[in-house]
Design a protein around this ligand. Structure first.
Ligand code: ADP
Ligand code: MG
Length: 426
């Protein structure tokens, strides 16, 4: 019989000392205990490990955890509650260490075994493991490594397919876990592991009180000033402006102060004392704007930030999502604007109009603009092609491309954001 939710909470208290489950954990645990395979997409720090640790403790057989990095495996092994006996098998071990682990496994001394994906290429390993006690669960951590489109694709993860796990190893359930998954990556994970789309557990990563807008920069600082002095930004009391470079934050902060907008810059080039001084001024509403690099925001505890402006493109969509997430924690509608610079625009334009559309070049370029997300490049290319043949205004096209990229690449974000208003300010 599968334990009830009350039973699970009791076990949670006993084993971990926690009072309650976090969002998504119970769903994942129940799914696995019912013998179903699934995918768990939860942000870093949300508590994904517990989703396999508890089932591993309860299920009769062993649990294999596949992880892309030995360091991650060692970390997770250390974090196992003491009642769950763990072991490790990686390609960096000596043959003696490896056979020691296997012996322990054979004698029933290991409940959770951490293995590197390369192990599954080894016939000996596969036959040994399949002759052992039943494998109740295989966990694939950082499962986005399965997708060729993901930024850290690992060819050895390709071996981890439903046919091997279900048929050869006779595994009862497979649990794929990741913090970052575009729709393309999710599709790849689910088809490789033969997981039905209904078995996806994904919790909101973003609130729905953002108004997003994008515009091309013509005259950098002036454009910024105009934006801040126009509604709705003019009415916003506290805002953050993100820049790529430290010197930019100083320059913009000076410019804003010259224009009667109280601002301070924040980056890792100033002392810790100055940094906490700026944060205090911001928290107590003594300044209106913090002009910062990526260094600002972690541990920021201010709920009424009303706007986040990106003066330059963030390094990745993940970074973007994290940074706009600092606005509107009080639940009020907040405004997020992203400036798209001329250089990027001209580069993209020349790629689009030199000799038709060079898909490879556009792909490469988009990858440079958003290094952490390759998934939607193909779709973007065909969109550019399409719009090029329709002879849209070029600027509009670039805006559309960027917005479409935001939409296509991260459909799941938009699904979480029903009220999103991706406006195009030209
Ligand atoms: P992830 O793998 O999703 O990044 P972890 O599994 O490493 O996150 O968990 C992050 C932290 O949250 C750990 O310190 C873990 O002990 C803690 N944690 C997990 N679940 C709970 C819970 N239900 N209550 C309190 N803390 C939890
Ligand atoms: Mg983890």
């Amino acid at each position: 019989d599968e334990p009830s939710e009350e039973n699970l909470v009791e076990i949670l208290k006993l084993v971990y000392g926690y009072d309650s489950f976090r969002d998504g954990q119970v769903d994942a645990i129940k799914m696995v205990l019912a013998g179903k395979s699934g995918v768990v997409v939860l942000p870093t720090g949300a508590g994904k490990s517990l989703c396999y640790q508890l089932p591993a403790l309860i299920l009769p057989g062993i649990t294999l955890v596949v992880s892309p990095l030995v360091a991650l495996m060692i970390d997770q092994l250390r974090q196992l509650p003491y009642v769950i006996r763990g072991g490790l098998l990686s390609s960096t071990q000596t043959p003696e260490e490896a056979s020691e682990s296997l012996m322990q496994l054979r004698q029933g001394g290991i409940k959770v075994l951490f293995v590197s994906p390369e192990r599954f290429l080894n016939e000996d390993f596969v036959s040994t493991i399949s002759s052992l006690s039943a494998i109740s669960l295989v966990v694939i951590d950082e499962a986005h490594c399965i997708s060729e489109w993901s930024h850290n694709f690992r060819p050895s993860f390709m071996r981890l397919r439903a046919s091997l796990l279900r048929k050869t190893l006779n595994v009862r359930a497979v649990l794929a876990m990741t913090a970052t998954a575009t729709t393309t990556t999710l599709d790849a994970i689910m088809s490789a592991l033969d997981i039905p789309s209904t078995n996806l557990i994904q919790k909101a990563q973003l609130r729905d009180n953002f108004h997003l807008s994008v515009s091309m920069v013509r005259n950098r600082m002036k454009d910024l000033l105009i934006l801040i002095k126009s509604p709705p930004f003019a009415e916003v009391q506290s805002m953050i402006i993100y820049c790529k470079f430290q010197y930019e934050t100083d320059q913009i902060s000076r410019y804003l102060n010259d224009n009667n907008i109280l601002a301070k810059s924040y980056h890792s080039g100033i002392t810790a004392k100055e940094r906490s001084y700026v944060q205090d001024l911001f928290n107590s509403n003594k300044i209106r704007v913090v002009v910062a690099t990526v260094a600002f925001g972690m541990g920021l505890d201010k709920s009424d930030v009303g706007a986040v402006i990106h003066y330059s493109l963030p390094e990745s969509l993940e970074e973007y999502v994290q940074e706009i997430g600092r606005a509107g924690r009080d639940g009020r509608l907040s405004y997020c604007h992203l400036f798209y610079d001329d250089e990027t625009f001209f580069k993209l334009r020349s790629l689009m109009y030199s000799e038709g559309v060079d898909e490879y070049a556009v792909n490469k370029f988009l990858h440079e603009v958003f290094p952490a997300d390759k998934s939607s490049c193909g779709k973007i290319c065909s969109l550019i092609k399409e719009s090029a043949s329709r002879r849209f205004d070029m600027k509009e096209e670039v805006m559309l491309t960027l917005l479409t990229r935001l939409e296509l690449g991260h459909v799941q974000y938009l699904q979480l954001l029903p009220q999103i208003n991706a406006t195009c300010t030209l």
